[in-house]
Design a binder for this molecule. Structure first.
Ligand code: HEC
Length: 153
């Protein structure tokens, strides 16, 4: 009688364990990142404030000292939104890469930007800091400019 009671308790414990593990196993396939990525926002202004202004400064004037960070104000390179997307996605020298495939594992590495976020932050820069470019870039255009997986430039 007591032995039987013990066994059923074990069975119950094992069932609970299986229930606890099941969702973890089912979750294993990597989910698509949400459009707001790991920053939780798609606003170009907020992305700029959270990620870019530390180097490029809140007023977009850049900085010199311990490195040289280009200004966005009065910078003729901002005429090309595609050029900007390539630099943001793939990085360049001291400019970090923000495409998900260039960061190490989207959910653990600092920050990656989705195509929507890259487009929005570019459009933000091109219509602020004294810039007045009226041809916004779309997420689909950004998507086409991704660096190839695992091939650093
Ligand atoms: C860790 C500092 C750092 C951060 C953060 C950073 N940048 Fe940069 N960025 C740089 C540096 C340094 C360069 C110059 C790269 C080079 O040597 O060509 C640069 C260059 C650029 C350029 C090209 C400018 C030009 O005149 O050719 C763009 C566009 C740009 N960054 C956009 C961004 C955006 C958008 C963000 C935020 C999502 C961002 N950067 C975040 C450091 C940074």
């Amino acid at each position: 009688m007591t032995a039987r009671k013990h066994r059923s308790r074990w069975t119950a414990a094992l069932c609970l364990l299986a229930l606890a593990i099941a969702p973890v196993l089912a979750d294993e396939a990597a989910p698509e990142p949400p459009p707001e990525g790991n920053l939780g926002t798609t606003s170009g202004a907020e992305i700029y404030a959270q990620v870019c202004q530390g180097c490029h400064m809140p007023d977009g004037k850049g900085a010199v000292g311990g490195g040289s960070y280009p200004a966005f104000a009065g910078n003729a390179n901002m005429a090309s939104s595609r050029y900007m997307a390539v630099v943001i996605l793939g990085g360049r020298r001291n400019m970090p890469a923000f495409s998900p495939e260039r960061t190490i594992g989207p959910y653990f590495e600092p920050v990656f930007l989705t195509d929507v976020q890259v487009a929005n932050v570019i459009n933000h820069i091109r219509t602020n800091f004294g810039n007045d470019y009226r041809d916004p870039i779309t997420a689909a255009e950004v998507k086409a400019l991704h660096p190839q997986k695992g091939t650093p430039e």
